[in-house]
Design a protein around this ligand. Structure first.
Ligand code: SF4
Length: 370
């Protein structure tokens, strides 16, 4: 099973009548709009991000037509996408170069024939997360924190995803699972930080997110909430005024870890989304995955750190890819990765150099490589 796709249904109301809700301008103050429930009750259209999500590209032929690529690319993608479908939101697609089948953003989402064969050692659950479930919907790998699977849905399907085979439905990424996970967190005072992950937790609409955040904050032993999300990058309109309000109202600043792998992912809309998140006083970090053909070069990694700092995000982690089946073509040899980070260190201030890490099942924390 794979991360669940964004809903395919058309928006309830016509796009023409949808008042666009722009990403907050830098420095704009919070101003609550109607909630998702309120919008439904009042017959208002879905929010802009939900419309954009429904319009994400799912067909390899359409992807190739929009990017001016040869039909043979689509044919291969169709074969390779059988077990893990293509899903690309249009704001991410708009950041790709036209006519370039090797574009580094495209490479992250385009199914390739190479996915159909894996060498020994590439497995369905490389991090053994199924064995680390403390309760339905709750993964507890390390002391002091636990990962709540808020949803199995994503707005984009990253071909390198280490959870591309994860059976979310079997492991509690659901309302019932969330209730069980919250009960387990409340019963374990050693859990001081709750990490919302998935799937992408910001695919919950604002009402559901408000409810979830409220229930976590009500647990007295939890002192911090961390959110891992790719949405400010691939669907920046998700950063609504209400989302910023929700984060601003938390008793302690949220830690928001965005996920950008290449500097070209961070255009003006993404920058506005990140600046809006910063206005909630959230601590903003980035984690990237080091991927062959995407960002395995010094100029690209330099550019990524520079771009992240320019928009107010600290480069935090550079992950070696996890060995999940179908992703061996993204692997980067460890010696090359170490050399790249050593070179970064010679060019950048210390705070601008991400930590090179690998996750090893059974270890007490991520393993620092460089
Ligand atoms: S890497 Fe993150 S956003 Fe991408 S498919 Fe996996 S869980 Fe979803």
């Amino acid at each position: 099973m794979t991360p669940e796709s964004a809903p395919e249904s058309a928006p309830e109301s016509t796009l023409d009548s949808t008042p666009p809700e722009p990403v907050l301008a830098p420095g704009a103050g919070p101003a609550a709009g109607p909630s998702a429930e309120g919008r439904r009750e009042r017959g208002l259209p879905r929010e802009r991000w939900q419309v954009e999500l429904a319009e994400a590209v799912r067909d390899p032929g359409e992807l190739c037509r929009l990017l001016g690529l040869d039909a043979s690319v689509a044919a291969e993608a169709r074969r390779a996408a059988a077990g893990f479908p293509l899903l690309v939101p249009r704001p991410f697609l708009e950041r790709m170069a036209h006519g370039d089948p090797h574009d580094p953003l495209l490479r992250q989402v385009l199914p390739l024939g190479a996915e159909l064969s894996s060498p020994p050692g590439w497995v369905a659950d490389p991090l053994e997360e199924a064995a680390a479930l403390a309760a339905p919907g709750l993964v507890k790998k390390y002391d002091g924190r636990a990962l709540l699977l808020a949803t199995g849905a994503c707005a984009v399907h990253c071909r390198y995803c280490f959870r591309r085979e994860f059976p979310y439905a079997d492991h509690g990424a659901s309302s019932a699972g969330t209730a069980a996970a919250l009960a387990a967190i409340a019963a374990d005072p050693s859990i001081r930080e709750v990490i919302l992950s998935g799937g992408d937790p910001l695919l919950l609409d604002d009402d559901r997110l408000a409810d979830l955040l409220g229930r976590i904050v009500a647990i007295p032993t939890v002192s911090r909430i961390r959110i891992h999300t790719r949405l400010p990058v691939v669907l920046p309109s998700r950063v609504t005024r209400r989302l910023v309000d929700l984060l601003a109202d938390l008793p302690t600043p949220a830690v928001v870890v965005i996920h950008a792998n290449h500097p070209a992912e961070l255009g003006p809309d993404q920058e506005a989304a990140v600046r809006a998140l910063a206005s909630s006083r959230a601590i903003l970090l980035n984690q990237a995955v080091l991927l062959t053909g995407v960002n395995d070069s010094l100029p690209v990694l330099l550019g990524l750190s520079e771009r992240l700092l320019a928009v107010g995000v600290l480069p935090y982690y550079l992950h070696l890819p996890d060995r999940v089946v179908g992703t061996a073509h993204f692997d980067v040899p460890e010696a090359k990765a170490v050399a790249l980070v050593d070179s970064l260190r010679q060019k950048l201030s210390g705070y601008a150099v991400p930590r090179l890490v690998r996750e090893v099942p059974g270890e007490a924390s991520k393993v620092s490589i460089a």
